[in-house]
Design a protein around this ligand. Structure first.
Ligand SMILES: NC(=O)c1ccc[n+]([C@@H]2O[C@H](COP(=O)([O-])OP(=O)(O)OC[C@H]3O[C@@H](n4cnc5c(N)ncnc54)[C@H](O)[C@@H]3O)[C@@H](O)[C@H]2O)c1
Length: 374
């Protein structure tokens, strides 16, 4: 018997790659996706395989979800609201409520779902984990606006105010400081609590920064690759916030799709939280160099001393739990960047998108200048 998997948000970036990976493993795959206009302004994307069963509907809509859940063996809940806009209630409504509704329907209809895999995020970990040479390991608060306005970027020990060393972030760290991160943490708590109570195995996948093809070109949220590429292709230097020394780990979408499948197929083990990252820290400045080289550009990254409100300083995930399941990231950042640029080359006139992204950032007052430099 062929097993069937429901992928919510399956028309999107991670969802469509996950759906393809599942088809490749011989599963039948059903998608529930509302084709969110900000992500899909031209409707259903052409990259979706004809072998997928597609239901257009909202994951917060009981009827649509009931239809989508009928007869499935596994659920991958990837649909989510993501944005820089301060519409806090929408994050909680879409992301958390849809996760709760999945449990509600499984319990109400006694659905024989074998496991639910949830898209969580590194955002749950907030500022992560640091070590002060005198006071040991510390989970810091987010940096104050006043500190950032001084151009003082590093995380300091709350006791002795020394600059601390950033450590890998493991899955035990839960200190979200955005509405989006809180919505994802709430999903993890629902998975742990309701999954445990009703005997529904779950896995919550904390992705870091995912890159590759099909990353919505229209959604300003879609990240550093889009914002740097848009500027470079329009003859402008990429802007690195703070001092460009922030550490990140970027992971390719094919590796993420593979991680989702590995977590789904792993023997049920109650509720597990799993970091999915690139396993290699790189700075924002190094990333700017990689993309400039891939674009064969003579531009240099600029570091004007501005910052983005709500950004974290250094966030690099410890992926050893996923490695113990036999998964490791295989695609280097350079290749992810090339894949994204190839994908983006389908869009000829990119200037309006750059102007729109910059207008939104300005309107929201997200980017600020440091007024007093050290
Ligand atoms: N891309 C990343 O770097 C990243 C990092 C961490 C976590 N995540 C999480 O991974 C998941 C997938 O992200 P993505 O980057 O593929 O995003 P995406 O926007 O490309 O895909 C999300 C899909 O969900 C659909 N959708 C949105 N709201 C919906 C709703 N209410 N009902 C049904 N469908 C809905 C959209 O139409 C879209 O097709 C999300 O849960 C996201 O929070 C992504």
């Amino acid at each position: 018997m062929t097993l069937r998997v429901l992928v919510t948000g399956g028309a999107g970036f991670i969802g469509s790659h996950t759906a393809d990976a599942l088809l490749g493993r011989g599963y039948r795959v059903r998608i529930l996706d509302n084709l969110q206009p900000r992500v899909h302004p031209h409707g259903k994307p052409a990259y979706l395989s004809p072998d997928l069963e597609f239901i257009q509907g909202d994951a917060t809509d009981r009827r649509a979800l009931e239809r989508a859940l009928a007869g499935v063996d596994y659920v991958m809940h990837l649909a989510a609201y993501q944005d820089y806009l301060p519409d806090f209630s929408t994050f909680v409504h879409v992301n958390t409520e849809s996760a709760a509704l999945i449990f509600e329907l499984i319990v109400a209809h006694r659905l024989p779902v074998r496991k639910v895999v949830f898209a969580s995020s590194q955002a749950v970990a907030g500022e992560g984990r640091y070590r002060c040479e005198e006071h040991g390991v510390i989970l810091p608060e987010q940096r104050s606006l006043e500190q950032l306005e001084r151009g003082d970027w590093e995380i300091k020990c709350p006791e002795c105010h020394r600059v601390m060393e950033s450590l890998l972030i493991d899955e035990s760290i839960c200190r979200p400081h955005t509405a989006y991160g809180i919505s994802k943490y709430a999903i993890e708590m629902l998975a742990g609590t309701l999954g445990g109570r009703y005997g529904i195995p779950t896995a919550s996948m904390r992705y870091t920064y995912v890159q590759g093809s099909r990353n919505s070109f229209f959604n300003a949220y879609s990240g550093i690759c889009r914002s740097f590429a848009l500027r470079i292709l329009n003859g402008k230097a990429p802007i690195c916030y703070e001092d460009g020394a922030q550490l990140r780990d970027y992971v390719n979408v094919a590796d993420v799709a593979q991680a989702n499948v590995v977590a789904m197929e792993a023997p049920p083990n109650g509720h597990v939280v799993l970091n999915v990252g690139g396993g290699k820290p790189i700075t924002v400045l190094q990333f700017a160099d990689i993309i400039l080289r891939a674009c064969v550009s003579n531009l240099e990254p600029v570091v004007p001393g501005s910052f983005r409100v709500g950004d974290t300083r250094h966030t690099v995930s410890d992926i050893s739990a996923m490695q113990r399941l036999g998964w490791s990231p295989a695609v280097p950042v350079e290749q992810s960047v090339r894949e994204y640029l190839d994908w983006m080359s389908a869009y000829r006139d990119t200037r309006p998108y750059l102007e729109e992204a910059e207008r939104v950032m300005q309107q929201q007052n997200v980017v600020r200048a440091a007024t007093v430099r050290r």
